[in-house]
Design a protein around this ligand. Structure first.
Ligand SMILES: [Zn+2]
Length: 407
């Protein structure tokens, strides 16, 4: 096994160790503020310390290990330690552990860098417990919304109390923002969570942008009726209209380079085998790396829905649920990452991230770059998440080279 592969094997062992810190017996669930997350944070702290980092926790409970003196500008490298329910063991954790492995290597090689590094393990990205996605990075980026402190989890515990119980300070969350003037950038390694790298036969992918997202709740309201007595010509079937629309979503997204659009939920009322559907509510999710394209695509789908409803005599409801703008990664940092991937002997495959990441939040205060690692079948948010030691070695090698290239 090569020098880098032994580091990669150690990273995978640590991923296994962290997977044991769970709220649930027999499966990995680690939400914000729980003893399981505390234990994971303590393990990460000890690994950071043995890599020579000086470690602390901020007001929300992010674990931060620093290398280099205070006067220097800082590169943040990180990802998150919380998980979804019944999670895999690499989404988030891999990025933290690859970062620590890079620092161990630099130390072993007695490399000095002309800047400081902070490895940061965010306490909440998935937002499972309080519905607060990017909680950890929002504090660092100065975007924490204090009204969120009143949110309650399913057991009735407020976020404010959970932060306190976790050893944080809810009163300091709004002003814990890092000064953008102190930061060189933010770099994140993450599993791809999609099948593009596998299809392209590449272990690593350089992220050019994180897609924006439009979400809408669409309803078609027709007329419920008896499945046996209402003739076809006199029906106003809400589900038939919705079915047409679902086909249109697929067709329109197919026709737009780089776009993805999904109908993932469908509620049919009244929902009986002998009743014509009177009302259907469905979810629409549209993503693209260009905000203008995403908006015009969503607008086109809105028009199509209106036309389908009109010809069928059903009413259309269209409620915008969420608009998230796309994030461009820093061209300068991304070019260095690409050069590092090439120097490590791997093809440079550029791709967009369809999923959101802490990097999206950090882009508010710093230039960001991301490196994706191939994962088996593109599967994530699932215990079947899997990466190979060779691909993790490639990520450590490329990331270490990136750190040496950066000035
Ligand atoms: Zn993640």
């Amino acid at each position: 096994m090569s020098y880098t592969e032994s580091h990669a094997a150690a990273v995978l062992e640590r991923c296994d160790e962290l997977a044991a810190f769970s709220e649930e017996e027999g499966r990995l669930t680690r939400r914000f503020g729980t003893p399981a997350l505390r234990q994971a944070g303590e393990a990460v702290r000890s690994w950071m310390e043995s890599a020579g980092l000086s470690v602390g926790r901020d007001a929300i409970g992010n674990v931060i290990g620093r290398f280099g003196d205070r006067s220097r500008r800082t590169l943040l490298i990180g990802s998150h330690l919380d998980t979804v329910r019944d999670a895999g063991r690499y989404d988030g954790m891999l990025g933290v552990l690859v970062a620590i492995a890079c620092m161990e290597r630099l130390r072993a090689e007695a490399r000095s860098l002309p800047y400081a590094v902070e490895v940061i393990a965010f306490a909440d990205e998935e937002g499972v417990r309080f519905g607060t996605g990017y909680l950890g990075s929002s504090v660092v980026a100065g975007r924490f919304d204090p009204s969120a402190l009143e949110l309650r989890d399913s057991a009735g515990v407020t976020l404010a109390d959970a932060v306190r119980a976790f050893g944080g300070d809810p009163d300091r969350l709004t002003d814990a923002r890092r000064d953008p003037g102190d930061l060189i950038g933010y770099y994140e390694v993450h599993i791809e969570q999609g099948p593009v790298l596998e299809a392209g036969d590449a272990p690593l992918g350089v992220v050019g942008a994180i897609s924006g997202q439009s979400r809408a709740r669409v309803t078609f309201t027709g007329q419920a009726g008896h499945a046996g007595t209402v003739p076809m010509a006199l029906r106003r079937d809400a589900l038939s209209a919705a079915a047409h629309f679902v086909r249109a979503v697929e067709e329109v997204a197919h026709g737009q380079e780089g776009a993805v659009a999904t109908v993932g939920e469908l509620e049919v009322e009244p929902g009986a085998s002998n009743v014509i559907p009177g009302r259907v509510a469905l979810s629409l999710d549209v993503r693209h790396t260009a905000d203008l394209v995403r908006r015009s695509l969503t607008e086109r789908l809105h028009e199509r829905a209106g036309a389908i409803a009109g010809t069928r005599g059903v009413a259309l409801g269209w409620e915008v649920v969420q608009e998230v703008e796309a994030v461009r990664c820093s061209q300068e940092l991304t070019e260095l990452v690409s050069a590092a991937v090439a120097a490590a002997g791997h093809p440079v495959l550029r791709l967009a991230s369809g999923a959101g990441h802490d990097a999206a939040m950090l882009s508010i205060i710093a230039p960001v770059a991301m490196l994706f690692v191939r994962c088996a079948g593109g599967i994530s948010h699932n215990p079947a998440e899997s990466v190979t030691v060779e691909d993790v070695a490639a990520a450590i090698e490329a990331s270490s080279r990136f750190l040496k290239l950066l000035r």
